[in-house]
Design a protein around this ligand. Structure first.
Ligand SMILES: [Zn+2]
Length: 50
């Protein structure tokens, strides 16, 4: 279980930990479509997928 900040509302969006790069999720707070990306260092980040 981890959390990443939503790029739109800055709320920490919970992840189940099994997300892969390119997975689509919905922000639990603003309900915006987001996409998981993985940076070169292996850390995950969320981008706007609308
Ligand atoms: Zn959000």
């Amino acid at each position: 279980m981890s959390e990443l900040p939503c790029p739109l509302c800055s709320a920490d969006t919970p992840l189940d930990g099994g997300e892969e790069a390119g997975d689509s999720i919905i922000c639990a707070f603003c309900f915006s479509p987001l996409k998981v990306t993985v940076k070169d260092d292996g850390s995950k980040t969320l981008i706007d997928n609308s």
